[in-house]
Design a protein around this ligand. Structure first.
Ligand SMILES: *Cc1c(COP(=O)(O)O)cnc(C)c1O
Length: 235
């Protein structure tokens, strides 16, 4: 058995255990294997182990990888979205996790129209108000929600966050709670369903599941330590 396969099985075990602890159905959580910086062969190992949902954060790196792998896989874009990459992102990825402004959302909606697509997206929330991170400030999101919901093409399935790095798994819990509560209040205020919460990474996905995550984005716990940093905000 490959190391990736062993790691994946271990992570899946933790996902199931967290669901059990939280009294949640195992089907309510999707594991996204974040393969950024790792080659197509590593993805193949994970596919052999039964994984078919993958996350990437750079278009340039992801495009050839996606092209080299079976068309049956599901690709999520978890990185920061650059306007000039929107068209290709929509052509390559089923789900975009980090729509971080109304302007970007409106543009993606327009391009989705040109491409005849109805992409699923998450709205990224800057839960801790960090200067270095993208995302809607919660008040701004509330103010722009009506406009966001008018977009015809984007299927806004929920909220996503990348909390500040902390000393242990538990330190992200308050931010996961904050994202869930923001989601709950937006649902009530705007009579809309936002069923999905994209939160939790290798260090804290179990806590995220306990707090309601429906999509956990796990990279290094499956593929190993990354040899280089991918972007400014996450290694
Ligand atoms: C890299 C990355 C992850 C995965 O991080 P790990 O700590 O390796 O699990 C999750 N989410 C985003 C947005 C990322 O960029």
């Amino acid at each position: 058995m490959s190391e990736v396969c062993e790691n994946l099985n271990e992570v899946l075990g933790h996902v199931s255990a967290a669901c059990l602890r939280a009294g949640r159905n195992r089907d309510s959580v999707q594991l996204i294997a974040v393969s950024k910086t790792f080659p197509a062969d590593a993805v193949r190992d994970a596919v052999e182990a039964g994984q078919d949902v993958f996350g990437e954060s750079k278009l340039q790196e992801a495009e050839p990888k996606i092209a080299a792998l079976p068309g049956s896989l599901h690709w999520h874009f978890i990185g920061r979205v650059q306007r000039n990459k929107v068209r290709k992102l929509l052509q390559n990825f089923e789900v975009i996790h980090a729509i971080d402004s109304l302007r970007l959302a409106a543009y993606a909606d327009e391009i989705a129209g040109e491409l005849g697509l109805f992409p699923q997206v998450f709205l990224q929330v800057n839960v801790a108000g960090e200067q270095t991170k993208g995302g809607f400030e919660p008040d701004m999101l509330r103010a722009e929600m009506d406009s966001l919901l008018k977009l015809k093409r984007l299927e806004i399935i929920g909220l996503m966050c990348i909390p500040p790095a902390g000393p242990d798994a538990g330190s992200a819990r308050p931010w996961f709670v904050a994202l869930r509560e923001l989601r709950d209040s937006l649902e009530a205020e705007f009579s809309v369903e936002l069923p999905a919460l994209s939160m939790g990474m290798s260090g804290d996905y179990e806590v995220a599941i306990e707090e309601g995550a429906t999509h956990v984005r796990v990279g290094s716990a499956i593929f190993g330590k990354r040899a280089y940093r991918v972007d400014g905000e996450l290694g």
